[in-house]
Design a protein around this ligand. Structure first.
Ligand SMILES: [Zn+2]
Length: 226
């Protein structure tokens, strides 16, 4: 943006002034953003979390997960590019993803759909994010749903979430020889030395992940022995 339209420009956009740069683009607003089944479930879900989490709908897996760059990683990225999770609960302060929720209707019985579901389950599993599947019903028990979600919402009454079915321990970097570059605990790729740019620790070195900002893992930097 080179020119700042200021307050009035902002208002004009809200009130729908036609932007000048567009020609006749073929986009139309969909009337079925949420299906009737999704909407009815959304209402129960929003009530069940009772303000303890934010409920997002139709979140693209590629906005939720990333593939560390390596040979062949483009193929894995493509496999999640067009996929969504029906609902995602996030921490209401930090928006950290807490748990995915899939609403399984009849279409989930089709074999192509089952294949897709199996793949998505695996993606969540390896990335360490819980995913719940709930069957579409005409009505939902608010109490049951609240109870099922409680472990993932944190707070006082929530027990610790069950560890997900034997999820793999992230590959921890080998202690290695002094001065060896450690591997990112999340991505398994060699970390890079970075320098803190601001704040009290300004100028201090640390190891950061080359996949930053998608991966924010850091490790203390120990200068090689002289
Ligand atoms: Zn990383």
């Amino acid at each position: 943006m080179t020119d700042n339209p200021g307050c009035l420009g902002f208002l004009a956009r809200i009130f729908g002034e036609r932007p000048k740069e567009t020609g006749a683009l073929p986009y139309r607003l969909r009337d079925d953003f949420l299906s009737a089944a999704e909407l009815s479930f959304y209402r129960v879900l929003a009530t069940a979390v009772a303000g303890r989490a934010v409920v997002l709908t139709k979140v693209r897996l590629a906005d939720l997960f990333f593939v560390p760059r390596s040979e062949g990683s483009a193929g894995f990225r493509n496999r999640i590019a067009q996929k969504h999770v029906d609902f995602l609960l996030c921490d209401r302060e930090t928006m950290r993803p807490l748990v995915g929720v899939e609403l399984d209707d009849r279409s989930h019985e089709r074999s192509s759909r089952q294949e897709r579901d199996g793949f998505v389950d695996e993606v969540f599993w390896v990335a360490g994010l819980p995913l719940m599947h709930l069957p579409v019903r005409s009505g939902y028990s608010l109490a049951e749903l609240a109870l099922a979600l409680a472990p993932y919402l944190g707070g006082d009454e929530g027990a610790q979430p069950e560890p997900i079915r034997g999820a793999p321990e992230p590959s921890r970097p080998e202690p290695g020889a002094a001065g060896a570059v450690p591997l990112c605990p999340k991505c398994g790729v060699p970390m890079v030395v970075r320098t803190t740019g601001r704040g009290e620790r300004r100028g201090e070195r640390f190891y950061g992940c080359p996949n930053y900002p998608k991966c924010r893992e850091t490790l203390p930097y120990e200068s090689p022995p002289a």
